[in-house]
Design a protein around this ligand. Structure first.
Ligand code: C5J
Length: 223
């Protein structure tokens, strides 16, 4: 992997020090991706998210081959729900609420099958997995400490959903000084129009929250 090579991106190409860059894969969990999980209980069509899996797998393979730091996140709560605010648990009219038993175990609870990452993108033992109770990956987690420990300055961000956990994490990261490059085809939303808007919000105004690129550009740059 070249130490620093320009990555095609919007609003403009960006030069990254790859040794200071991590791949951050947000919430590619069965609870969001598969029927019977949290996403579907909220009334969403989970098939909308499948399109991101192959592009993420390609970037993940390349990142592993290049020796890049890989971090996976999972949204979920402790079995006693002590980290789940009532305002989150009680919201809306889901068919099953957070903590209720469902076909993949208790909805959005750590340790349950539905909370785990989909097999296609399963973390290696050597990779970092951050469990987060919120939408942003920095809130109430060790992510900030991990990035500092590894000398990370730049994040390639993938995952679901574009406008919720991806956008929230990018905004948190941007405020903490990280350069975030969101990979458009490696993200997805239950609402295609929110996906498009979520990406536009990141790269608007000269890249107010970061940059938007794609899997092909990353493969060209790091392979
Ligand atoms: C949501 C997420 N959509 N990972 N979580 O509730 O985006």
């Amino acid at each position: 992997m070249a130490n620093s090579r320009k990555l095609a991106a919007e609003p403009e190409p960006i030069e990254l020090d790859w040794a200071a860059t991590a791949l951050l894969i947000i919430d590619m969990q069965r609870d969001f991706m598969e029927p019977g999980g949290f996403g579907e209980t909220l009334g969403n069509d989970v098939s909308q998210l499948a399109r991101a899996v192959k592009p993420i797998a390609a970037v993940l393979d390349a990142a592993r081959a290049a020796g890049m730091l890989v971090i996976h996140t999972r949204e979920g709560h402790l079995p006693d729900l002590s980290d789940a605010p009532p305002a989150k648990v009680e919201r809306g009219e889901p068919s099953l609420r957070i903590g209720d038993p469902g076909p993949m175990g208790r909805i959005l609870i750590r340790g349950e099958p539905g909370h785990d990452i989909i097999p296609e993108l399963y973390p290696l033992d050597s990779e970092i997995v951050i469990d987060k109770p919120g939408k942003g990956a920095f809130y109430a987690t060790e992510l900030g400490d991990v990035l500092q420990r590894y000398g990370i300055e730049n994040l390639l961000v993938c995952g679901v959903t574009t406008e919720v956990c991806v956008n929230t994490t990018v905004r948190e990261a941007n405020d903490r000084g990280y350069r975030c490059v969101v990979l458009a085809d490696c993200c997805a939303s239950y609402f295609p129009e929110f996906h498009e808007m979520g990406l536009k919000m990141i790269k608007a105004q000269g890249g107010i929250f970061g940059w938007v690129s794609d899997s092909a550009a990353v493969l060209r740059a790091i392979s």
